[in-house]
Design a protein around this ligand. Structure first.
Ligand code: SF4
Length: 379
């Protein structure tokens, strides 16, 4: 049985790594849905999942997806020590923990907005926000990315449409003071205009950095003008994410008809320019594995990205309830392993490890077990 140990950066055993990959593909059933911090539903990026700590490493595991309801994994209600038995079928295989509800969730701004509507805790120690909860891509079903749920949490009243720089600075400072968050992710829906969100990210970063010393990642589509990279960096953004999501051009057109208007070639040129500003390994992209790109297509793109100094954060697709892809199956765990194992070796060989990233999803690593495959030599 795997045991729970204190938070550590040590390598995991191959069996724990395999367990993480399987949990992220198959999902988890919860006997006590209220265990730990609230699970995340809707919103930008991967969602419908819950933070789970295994062997000191926190990962996000699908709990609200249809595949999770059929998962062989079940977590018993936490005991007095806060840990839960993880079972595969009826057999206990590990003890796991759920990160606790952060203290900053109890606060609200002077104008009455709950802090949790401005930013949320991701993984174990990451503050995350979607600065603009609206997106030009999401305004029509025809153009929207089929995996995205950015409008759901807004419609449900769990967030606000535009977080001001002042609100973000206030929440970031308190999340550091009360809960010890270590870095922050700012993503955004794409606004109208050629900066594609770079301006609102820069304004937000400037205010946050004036309030608290917290490493920041900005995430947006490639702006039309590469000078935005200098501006974002000067405003206090330490790392940049520009997310390809899908690699095959035909598939991009089908899955994200609006966003595919920005071709892969523009992303590659933008990556090259951004690495000049942010540095090797401090620019990253999300690749959603399991939407139809083949293993070979994903790994070939990762080779190009790594050669540019870009960290390719390959994440198993999570089918979010209420999106057009809610019934699309999550990728098989063995197939994920066949992608992550060579990719882990590739990024480690290139000196682009998760541990060296200053802030953001690649550093957090909770949405993919990739970082665990970067350390195979140590296990
Ligand atoms: S990897 Fe990114 S999206 Fe996933 S939990 Fe971490 S910060 Fe959030």
């Amino acid at each position: 049985m795997t045991t729970v140990t204190p938070m550590t950066t040590a390598a995991l055993s191959p069996s724990s790594r395999q367990l993480m990959t399987e949990l992220q593909s198959l999902g988890l059933r919860l006997v006590d849905p209220n265990a730990g911090a609230a699970s995340r539903r809707g919103g930008a990026g991967p969602s419908d999942h819950k933070a789970v700590t295994i062997d000191g490493h926190t990962i996000m595991v699908p709990v609200h997806t249809s595949s999770a309801w059929a998962s062989p994994f079940v977590a018993e209600a936490p005991g007095a020590d806060g840990s839960s038995a993880l079972k595969r079928g009826a057999i206990p295989i590990a003890r796991i923990e759920f990160p606790k509800q952060p203290r900053f969730y109890a606060l609200q701004t002077l104008d009455g907005v709950p802090y949790s509507h401005i930013a949320t805790l991701h993984g174990a120690d990451v503050l995350a926000t979607t600065v603009l909860q609206t997106c030009i891509r999401y305004e029509s079903r025809r153009k929207a990315c089929k995996f995205c749920a950015i409008g759901q949490s807004l419609a449900a009243g769990r967030t606000i449409a535009h977080k001001t720089p002042q609100q973000l600075a206030e929440v970031a400072r308190m999340a550091v003071l009360l809960d010890g968050v270590k870095h922050m992710v700012m993503t955004t829906g794409t606004p109208p205009g050629s900066d594609r969100g770079a301006a609102v990210l820069a304004d937000s970063a400037f205010a946050i950095k004036a309030a608290v010393d917290l490493p920041l990642q900005g995430q947006c589509e490639p702006p039309d003008d590469d000078r935005w990279f200098e501006r974002m960096h000067a405003a206090g953004i330490d790392t940049l994410g520009m997310h390809l999501e899908v690699v095959n051009p035909g598939l991009r057109e089908r899955i994200m008809p609006g966003k595919a208007a920005v071709p892969v070639a523009r992303y590659l040129a933008a990556f090259e320019a951004a690495v000049q500003v942010f540095g090797r390994g401090q620019v990253s992209t999300y690749l959603l594995a399991g939407l139809g790109d083949t293993r070979e297509e994903i790994l070939a793109m990762c080779e190009r990205l790594v050669a540019l100094g870009v960290y390719p954060f390959v994440v198993p697709f999570v089918p979010i309830a209420g999106t057009p892809l809610e019934d699309h199956p999550a990728p098989d765990a063995l197939w994920m392993k066949s992608v992550l194992e060579p990719l882990g070796a590739m990024v480690a060989m290139a000196g682009l490890r998760s541990a060296d990233i200053k802030a953001g999803c690649g550093k957090c690593g909770a949405c993919s077990s990739l970082s665990q495959y970067e350390r195979q030599d140590e296990s």
